[in-house]
Design a binder for this molecule. Structure first.
Ligand code: DX5
Ligand code: ZN
Length: 222
């Protein structure tokens, strides 16, 4: 598939969120990545469904929701109603990941599973037939601006190989955490399709978003 660049609004200027979202939209963002954190599954708090609803009003681009919360099932319907395009759920955040994925899909929304750096791919293999996406965390979830964990490149590669040999290979591979010009090419070569970038895109006062998105896109074109 064609590669996609997904700005993570966690690193946007919260007091100027609309400005940053419109700027990233205009600069060529393919989708927006929205992190929902509950201060429980991860040691940080961030956005809620109302932010998804607000985002839906200012952009027509797809909204990918990365849920970092315990008991995600309770929030799936509000997030769907708020305008989510894809909902991504951590394998460990729910007692029954298969059921949670089915619940997302029952609303006609795309579903994906998220694997933490310490989560083996084996954990999510049984989900291949029903998922649209696997999000590989390349940092421990919870914060923007962390360093890419180098060993994760091999994991992406292994996942891509599994995808090629599996009968049900209809899922995209997304990477999240520490994606920047130094790390994106290795992820692309390993087989990733969708690239989340937060701090690289939004940090700095005079961020040239178009220049940065174009730069990521050309580096990922392998
Ligand atoms: C971290 C979040 C990421 C975060 C990435 O838990 O899931 O989406 O915004 O930020 P960077 O690109 O700065 O690593
Ligand atoms: Zn994320």
């Amino acid at each position: 598939m064609t590669i996609k660049i997904a700005p993570s609004i966690l690193s946007a200027d919260i007091m100027n969120l609309e400005r940053d979202v419109r700027a990233a939209d205009k600069a060529g963002a393919d989708v927006f990545h929205i992190d929902l954190m509950d201060g429980n599954f991860v040691p940080n708090m961030s956005f809620s469904p109302s932010v998804v609803e607000g985002m839906r009003r200012v952009t027509d681009k797809p909204l990918d929701i990365h849920m970092m919360m315990q008991n995600p099932d309770a929030y799936i319907k509000p997030i769907v109603d708020a305008g989510a395009s894809t909902i991504l759920i951590h394998a460990e955040s729910t007692q029954h990941i298969y059921r949670s994925i089915e619940l997302v899909k029952s609303y006609g929304v795309r579903a994906g599973v998220v694997v933490n750096p310490g989560t083996p791919l084996e954990t999510v293999k049984e989900l291949f037939p029903i998922i649209d996406r696997i999000l590989v965390m390349t940092v421990n979830p919870g914060f923007g601006g962390q360093k890419f964990i180098p060993g994760m490149t091999k994991k992406i590669q292994r996942l891509d190989q599994l995808r090629q040999t599996a009968a049900d290979d209809n899922f995209d591979i997304e990477v999240d955490g520490g994606v920047n010009p130094e790390t994106i090419r290795q992820c692309a070569k390993a087989g990733a399709d969708i690239f989340v970038a937060g701090s690289y895109l939004f940090d700095g006062n005079d961020a040239d978003l178009k220049g940065r998105i174009d730069n990521l896109r050309s580096l990922a074109a392998v």
